[in-house]
Design a protein around this ligand. Structure first.
Ligand SMILES: O=C(O)[C@H](O)[C@@H](O)[C@H](O)[C@H](O)COP(=O)(O)O
Length: 249
């Protein structure tokens, strides 16, 4: 987890960024399956995250992956009823998952507000943490082969917002987040500890409104001001960005 493992890759447009990230993701999953038999991937919500999933769906190379041996997780989720169109998992289902031959046992849907814990946010977060632990081989979470993260203009990743409660939590791999500055207010999110389990962390960002936060994040500055500055993979950290998001570098 050193600066040497951090790489910035620029693409000319959001469309090229999404297509290139999709290709990179398919290759990483195929490599993980060749090496270890299965892959753990953590998905992200957000615009470019959704575009990337749509690009995976459109790629003929998606057949290079055995989807029944891919474990899917989400680094954060809006705490809403199952199937709500605002949920990251629902959007992923519509963009990609519905088109794949998946094993439901490896699709680790984040808790919903009408699930077994009802609207108890902290119990729901603890339930997702327990599921991560179950696949952690002795650690709190699996070693994700790839953990994708969108980033907000304020530098938030997952639902870890600047100067917000939850940012400093290290007692669990998943936290309940209240009063999120980005709607809806209730969310569940991986903590920095869970994210740090990933072999590869890919931060994906497009647009001029992200440029300042990209610059602060790449510079690995103050994490409470820019949470994206504090996420690293154990093997690699990639900033996958478009030209507009690169203007302050
Ligand atoms: O639930 C969410 O909203 C997210 O998971 C969030 O962390 C998102 O990835 C960023 O806010 C980037 O979103 P955009 O790409 O839409 O700006």
């Amino acid at each position: 987890m050193t600066r040497e493992t951090v790489l910035v890759v620029r693409h000319e447009s959001p469309e090229v960024l999404a297509a290139a990230t999709a290709g990179r993701l398919l290759a990483a999953i195929a490599d993980a399956q060749a090496a270890r038999g299965l892959a753990h991937v953590s998905l992200t919500g957000g615009t470019i995250g959704g575009k990337t999933l749509a690009a995976v769906a459109a790629s003929p190379a998606r057949e290079s992956v055995d989807w029944k041996r891919v474990h899917l997780w989400w680094s954060d989720e809006r705490f809403l009823p199952a199937g709500d169109p605002e949920r990251n998992a629902t959007q992923a289902q519509d963009a990609l998952l519905g088109a794949l031959d998946l094993d439901p046992a490896t699709v680790h849907l984040p808790p919903a507000s009408d699930g077994p814990d009802g609207d108890d946010l902290d119990a729901a977060a603890a339930r997702y943490a327990a599921e991560l632990l179950q696949f952690g081989a002795g650690a709190e979470a699996p070693e994700f082969d790839v953990l994708l993260l969108g980033m907000g203009p304020d530098g938030h990743v997952a639902s870890l917002f600047p100067h917000h409660a939850g940012l400093g939590r290290d007692d669990s791999s998943v936290v309940g987040v209240r009063e999120s500055p980005k709607p809806p207010p209730l969310r569940v999110s991986f903590t920095f500890g869970a994210i740090a389990r990933a072999r590869q962390v890919w931060l994906v960002a497009a647009g001029a409104e992200k440029a300042a936060a990209v610059a602060r994040g790449v510079a690995a500055g103050d994490v409470s001001e820019t949470p994206a500055a504090g996420v690293f993979g154990t093997e690699r950290t990639l900033w996958l960005i478009d030209q507009a998001a690169a203007t302050d570098l």
